[in-house]
Design a protein around this ligand. Sequence first.
Ligand code: NAP
Length: 329
Amino acid sequence: MSSNTRLLITRRLPEPVEERAKHEFDVLLNPSDHQYASADLVAACENFEPSALLVTPTERLDEAFIRQLPGSVKIIASYSVGLDHIDLAAAKKRSIVVSHTPGALTSATADIAILCLLGAARHAYRAQQDLRHGQWKRWDPTGYIGVELDGAVLGIVGMGRIGRATAMRAQAFGMEVRYWNRTTLSQAQLKAKGLSATPCERLEELLAVSDAVSLHVPYTPETHHLIDADAINAIKPEALLINTARGSIVDDEAILEGLKRGKLAGIGFDVFDGEPDFNQAYLDAPNAYLLPHIGSATNQARNKMGMMALDSIEAALSGNPIPNTACSS
Ligand code: NAP
């Protein structure tokens, strides 16, 4: 790749990723890691005329933004697997390739789903708070009583890469796995992953039989508020709800109401609608184990995501088959 080829990277990335980018491209980095306003990013693109953009989920690349990009831009590589922040149809219209990083963050995110599950199952937030704020007076035979995962049913909503990786971890805890997916997986597909899991035809069916429900679908118009008041009504009493997918898949008001009236025994959320400006009522909700979108935050995942993005950019700009495209030109 000619080092004259221009690449604009919107956020600060791990050092090995930025070093490779500097070596292979004429790169505009963001050392102060400021958040580009949409208009500023358009202006930066007009001045720099990059062939490629490497973006993250903190930038919203809507139709208006993509329409204003200079003709020099051939590929947008997203430093994420989810692509709900990019208008793929608008990119296609402009013949801009969009790539993402499937698989790079599967293990890291599945680990966080299990952390959220355990956090909610064992009242980890309140226990930590009490310990840190001098409220731990003595061992309590009736305090912090949670539920065991062994023998409980985990309902996976979206049995893709992260759904399956979460199911495998849950199986190791002795959980029985059921799932709801657009496509039913064959026994051979499940067996290849060492998984034993029963499909449910309808989401309501899965919700009614699961002691814990873990969300792993992408955010799309079809999955918007998939877990709404009706879903909370259908959910097994005192179930746990885990969300490491995207915040807008759940209706916050329905979740908060479900927690308030005890229909949900607890939640473990890593993602929020409107994040980082999430619904502050979650902070006071009973048994809410909350994390600030750290699903992919491991050295391994974040480095791999960057390298995958650079591989896609390199391939796109040298006319080779592009790995990990979500939308080709
Ligand atoms: P994936 O392998 O594509 O799996 C998505 C699953 O959801 C697939 O089984 C798919 O079914 C199903 N699905 C897709 N659209 C659906 C719909 N409209 N209705 C019902 N099911 C649908 O993706 P992944 O790598 O597991 O990632 C899943 C999501 O996790 C990402 O999109 C992202 O939003 C989120 N994520 C979050 C973090 C974090 O930091 N918390 C990190 C990584 C990813 P089919 O098999 O029929 O396609």
